[in-house]
Design a protein around this ligand. Sequence first.
Ligand SMILES: Cc1cc2nc3c(=O)[nH]c(=O)nc-3n(C[C@H](O)[C@H](O)[C@H](O)COP(=O)(O)OP(=O)(O)OC[C@H]3O[C@@H](n4cnc5c(N)ncnc54)[C@H](O)[C@@H]3O)c2cc1C
Length: 462
Amino acid sequence: MDGDAIPVGFRAGEMSARVLIAGAGPAGCAIAHRLARRVDVTHIDAGTRVDLACDGTLPAICDEPYRAAGAGGGLALWGGYCADPGDDLDRPEWLGLGPELRPCLTDALRWLGCKRHLAAPAVAQARGLAQPLALSGLEPRLWQFSPVGEIGDLPSVQDGTRVLKDTRLVSVELSADGRRITHAVIEGKDGTHRIETDAVFLATGAIENVRILLGPIRAAGARIPEATGRGLVEHGAFQVTGLRVPQGSWIERLHRRANDFGTGENALAMALAKSERERLGLMHDVLHPYRGPDGTMRLGVMSEQARNPANRVYLSGAQGDDGVHRARVDWGLSAEDRERMRRSAREMAMRVVSSGSGALESEGEVDVAPHPGAPVWCGHPTSTTPMGHDARSSVVDRDGRLHGLSNLHLAGSGTFPSAGWANPTLLIVALAFRQADRFLEDQAAPTGSSSASSIRSLNSLT
Ligand SMILES: Cc1cc2nc3c(=O)[nH]c(=O)nc-3n(C[C@H](O)[C@H](O)[C@H](O)COP(=O)(O)OP(=O)(O)OC[C@H]3O[C@@H](n4cnc5c(N)ncnc54)[C@H](O)[C@@H]3O)c2cc1C
């Protein structure tokens, strides 16, 4: 360790970061944005130095450099298609957070650059889609499109935030009772540095967060909850086969009217109402029209996967040349997952057929096959460090704090207790906003559970 060197962005004698945020993807940037100017924030991102340190089954699914590692952003704020989780937040496993998250979802849409939040029924109405949708017995769902930003031009980079690029969190040191982080060890181009800190937000992605917990943080002596890394959830993307979408059908018109990517608007999809899903024993899957590689209209299904402890992230036992322990990812669809997804796709497709609009023509048995051009793995790893009240079955509390370490906060889709149907960034950002707000409330509380030094640092900045 080079104790003399001062990392770029620090002044001599100032080797402390009241709040350290590791990771500048959507989760980390959203936290920084909310905390900036209220607390002293240092925001680091491994950037080009990130080596996902994963030798598992993650396929290289994309040639965008910041995604090549397969884990998401990496120096980018990626909204892309943002999906509203809808009534998923009312599920009991969301611990009553739904009402608190809804205003944050609105803020998140604005922050991500989605032009406006059109309530799905209003979109359907305005674009002449309400009637065929009503006839089909399916409810509209909404995807919106947002631009991709890079660290440096992000809204998070503002007064009160020290940003260190190409710098990664490598380990931590704990208090004598093992219940708090006292120091973070970060490694940048100019060497390794030991930084005193009051709170750490780990926002390095749903896979890397697990690797850091099971690797360096456990090695520092922290007790890491048993559930860490277990129950990884992903989305299946399938094509509905056995049906043909004829030219000029209402499904095609729906696609054309709702899908307005050119102006960065939204895309519409359809789903069974919650009561119907529950009655039929199905999960939250959506049917969406899309244009296939050959130019013809198709129907696709984005499917929710059930949590399964066999799907997990863990340390492989191998170490890279840099001494970093590798993570391994085991993920697959169970026979039950596939069967439920098939039933769901058939149910939704047959409702479209029976709407009487002649929207689809049957070509045989309705079934599902992997979406052409889209892998079954969609790059939305979720629920690897889920929230919950019980430290035996969950990893963080409803505010994102690790069970057992009072000043380690986890952000990102890893904390989702259920994954829903797709595209997590909107919810990642909303959850991060709420988490940051809760952190500020705690800091401001006269006799809160937070450390006195954090309160001092907050007071000195306001
Ligand atoms: C091909 C692809 C397409 C996608 N499309 C969409 C989409 O259309 N809509 C959508 O909603 N979602 C999409 N996603 C998912 C989305 O990108 C992720 O859910 C999101 O980026 C996760 O945000 P995050 O901030 O939790 O993590 P990430 O975005 O993964 O960010 C983690 C950051 O941590 C940094 N980091 C890693 N290790 C360290 C360390 N030790 N120290 C410091 N920094 C570290 C990384 O460099 C990275 O910048 C897509 C993902 C992929 C792969």
